[in-house]
Design a protein around this ligand. Sequence first.
Ligand code: C2E
Ligand code: MG
Ligand code: MG
Length: 567
Amino acid sequence: ITARRSTEATLDLYANVFRHSSEGTIITDADNRIVAVNEAFTRLTGYTLEEVFGKDPRLLASGKSPPEPYRDMWAALDSRGYWQGELWDRHKDGHVYPKWIAITRLRSRSGKTTHFFASFTDISERKEMDERISRLAHHDPLTGLFNRFSLQGRLDQILLTAHREGRQAAVMFIDMDHFKAIKDTLGHHVGDHLLIEVARRLRDAVRESDIVARAGGDEFVVVLAGIESDASVAAVAEKIVDALGETYRINNQELHSSPSIGISVYPANGADGPALMKCADTAMYHAKAQGRNNFQFFTEEMTASATRRLQIENDLRRALAENQLVLHYQPQIDARPEALCGVEALVRWQHPDEGLVPPDSFIPVAEESGLIVPLGEWVLEEACRQMAEWKANGIPVPHVAVNLSAHQLKSPELVARVAAAISRHELLPGELGLEVTETAAMADPEHAITLLHALGDLGVVLAIDDFGTGYSSLAYLKRLPIRVLKLDRSFVQDIETDDDDAAICAATIALAHTLDIQVVAEGVETEAQRYFLSTVHHCDKLQGYFFSRPLPAAGIEEWLSTIGRVA
Ligand code: C2E
Ligand code: MG
Ligand code: MG
């Protein structure tokens, strides 16, 4: 009896464990008919024992699982007596859920199958978590687009298909113009909203089978699968330029941006993802240089010019270190009476192999590479030093003007550096001038106003250079503490032949005078131009080959002694 009591107790215990196990549990007989289920089973499936007793567990299936796991399951149960895996079931209330299930075949001592024992858990939550993790790993959390990582994999896939089918594919590298300015002035929040909207418009502009990814920051990549021709790629690019160029409404503000797009084509421009991305990136760079808001297909010449650019950048870095830069000075002439009123310092590069290189072929590279900052500092320092030397030697040069690039305007140290140069060389107010192009000043007018006031307070004469080539607003012009407008050479050049240019010159002089601003005409080459500007329209100052080309410092002294006209 004691032994039997103990056996009964053990059986009770087993039954309890079975009943209260947190895993759904099913026992079927040798014919796979349900004979027992536990409470967890009812909770997980919605069915009670009465509802399923004697039935095949197949009634739980959703039909969503493919047939393979079932085939595997029976094969494993036959051979090894055990199987576990994932199956999709349908709850009594209709919803489908994934479960992880382990099934064991129970056998009698003689080896005959007597029962099957299965226990399972609902793994919906875990699967959701897995999906979330994989989404995070493959998608950009802000825009929901593919991230850089999954772009690689998908691009490879598309190229493989294109290769197999003998078709082309295109990679577009898209960068939003002036995005940084928008983010800096209106905040991250607005920047983020803009990116989300850009992502939406990009998705709308391409087919479902094309890939849209965010490569980071304001850079996006679109991969077009199976394209017919360059023309069809151009059509999509044009559509994207239009879509992304439309006004954005964010927080009740109207914003404007536009894309610069570089395009590379498989297999013409590269055999694999990295090669194509690099070409598209280079082409994008060209689109920016073309004035943004456009698209460019990659060409071999682009690589050549990128290489050339890099070469110039390296050489220029050396030029700075090895003192290969020189300043030439071009006289500026007071119109009445005609006499030297100052010089403009113009940088040249005394290149060891190529001779004297003009600034137009290296200033843009210096701008893009940031080398313009040390270069600009050198020019400022050298011009101030030369001015002090002329003064010390009694050479009557009353004023030196130095050009500032757009990049230098952004430098927070600019005002301090100019102040330091002035005091180091003991220049008097009015002896140093700074020229800022109209386009650079208008890029960020509010900043320009503050900065130019600070420079003006140092006694610097401020001039707007290349006036007429950009778009400046009169309202801003009035708020800038500028004393001089430099009328761009392109208008002066055609005074004699183009009535419109003549009218622009005359109107600019008149306008400047009503604002109490002096006008320097650039590029005066002929007596007729001098007469029109100075005698007829009372332009204040003149500069150009008619009077003198830019000269080395020693040349200025010589020029002064031969011409002998001094203010
Ligand atoms: P810019 O400031 O408008 O300088 C005037 C340019 O016109 C100079 O060209 C000058 O040589 C040229 N020029 C003057 N008179 C005549 C003329 O009668 N006919 C013709 N055809 N040209 C004339 P340059 O020296 O080649 O400089 C070109 C530009 O490079 C400058 O235009 C300026 O924007 C930039 N630059 C020169 N030096 C510097 C510098 O030190 N720093 C910066 N940031 N830019 C500089
Ligand atoms: Mg200038
Ligand atoms: Mg100019």
